[in-house]
Design a protein around this ligand. Structure first.
Ligand SMILES: [Zn+2]
Length: 137
């Protein structure tokens, strides 16, 4: 493994950016690591394939991810707006809207996946069951 030490294992950022189980940071979180895999559409495992932690905590659990997804969408639009100001782009209002909307559509599978794993990380913590500590590295 070359220089992939950031983010550090054990941090929520690690689980989020590496798409790993929020509990053990080893098992996969998604059935497919590719958010653009339209067959799975960021489907998550019901249980972590590695540590068996329940990832689908309750029915409809991942509906809450839409709040995260909304926040990501807003952050996306705001960063385009800030970039436009900083770089001093002159652009028609509706062209700007089209630019933001079309990039948002292109990136939405990634945001969808991110929103789910961020949502899961709000509720699941790394190695939260202390009795499993003994056999961790
Ligand atoms: Zn796990």
């Amino acid at each position: 493994m070359l220089s992939m030490s950031w983010p550090k294992k054990g941090t929520k950022l690690y689980s989020i950016l590496k798409f790993k189980c929020p509990h053990c940071h080893e098992g996969e979180f998604f059935k497919s690591r590719n958010p653009y895999d339209l067959k799975t559409m960021s489907a998550t495992f019901d249980r972590c394939p590695k540590c068996d932690r329940k990832l689908y905590i309750e029915p409809g659990f991942y509906y809450g991810a839409m709040y995260v997804s909304y926040a990501l969408g807003v952050a996306h639009a705001v960063s385009f707006w800030v970039a436009k100001l900083v770089l001093g782009f002159e652009m028609e209002f509706w062209n700007f809207i089209i630019l933001v909307a079309s990039t948002l559509i292109l990136i939405s599978p990634l945001y969808y996946a991110l929103s789910k794993i961020i949502w899961a990380n709000l509720f699941l913590n790394y190695k939260e069951k202390e009795n499993e500590k003994s056999n961790s590295n």
